[in-house]
Design a protein around this ligand. Structure first.
Ligand SMILES: [Zn+2]
Length: 241
């Protein structure tokens, strides 16, 4: 689709961000989320697992960790203008694209009726040359794609949802994060500070918040057109209308 065609498209009003763990959204698309909410879009998060493996302290219990991570995620979301976060409570590390999970995602999609869904790349086993992608990230992508198509838009899937009044819904665009071949790069240089402020809410996940910030500033930096440092969030963007 050409840039000119895109410019005539209606504005994005509703965006659903589906991620495996608390903090994935801030890393993947925190700048873009803030940009979208600042432009008036309503952004809703779905966090599939409780992040219940994100801990190295044996004295921490799973319920306490999950509760803490939910609070951290809500605080991070609020900084980016996201008021609604669904926690689906799947077990961290064992996320599977089950029929039950597909139905729960279809329910949310049919209720919220997003224009755009942002989710994780289901094909990404490796990231760069030194990182094995977490299996939950891939499976979160698979589960989300299988909910979007064909189930959410097809009334023959989950007839009990239709009986509840949840009409089929097809999204306009899909944005995949963590891709090697992005076709949509958004300059978030002016939003980097707020992305980092949101990431800093995930206190339980970092031994040293300043080190995390330093890593993010190095990891996302790119030379811009005038060779100045710029920051981008990148996606593979698919259009369906
Ligand atoms: Zn993650």
């Amino acid at each position: 689709m050409s840039e000119e065609t895109q410019s005539h498209r209606p504005p994005i009003a509703r965006v659903l961000v589906v991620m495996a763990h608390p903090d994935d959204a801030e890393f993947s698309c925190g700048g873009v989320v803030k940009q979208l909410t600042s432009q008036g879009a309503t952004v809703v998060y779905v966090v599939l697992t409780g992040g219940d493996k994100g801990n190295h302290d044996p004295s921490v219990t799973v319920p306490n960790l999950v509760e803490r991570r939910m609070q951290e995620q809500r605080a991070a979301a609020a900084i980016l203008g996201v008021g609604e976060v669904h926690f689906l409570g799947e077990e961290d590390g064992f996320l599977q694209p089950t029929r039950d999970l597909r139905k729960r995602l279809v329910r949310i999609i049919r209720q919220f009726r997003p224009d755009v869904v942002i989710c994780q790349n289901p094909e990404n086993y490796f990231w760069g040359d030194s990182y094995i992608n977490h299996p939950d990230h891939r499976n979160a992508g698979v589960a989300t794609l299988e909910a979007i198509f064909p189930a959410a838009g097809n009334l023959m899937f989950f007839p009990d949802l239709l009986a509840e009044g949840l009409e089929p819904h097809s999204i306009r665009e899909l944005w995949l994060s963590m891709v090697d071949d992005p076709n949509h790069e958004i300059d978030i240089t002016d939003l980097l500070d707020i992305k980092i402020a949101a990431l800093r809410q995930h206190v339980s996940q970092f031994d040293d918040l300043d080190e995390m910030e330093k890593w993010v500033r190095e990891r996302w930096a790119k030379a811009g057109p005038e060779h100045e440092l710029r920051y981008y969030e990148s996606f593979k963007r698919l259009w369906f209308d």
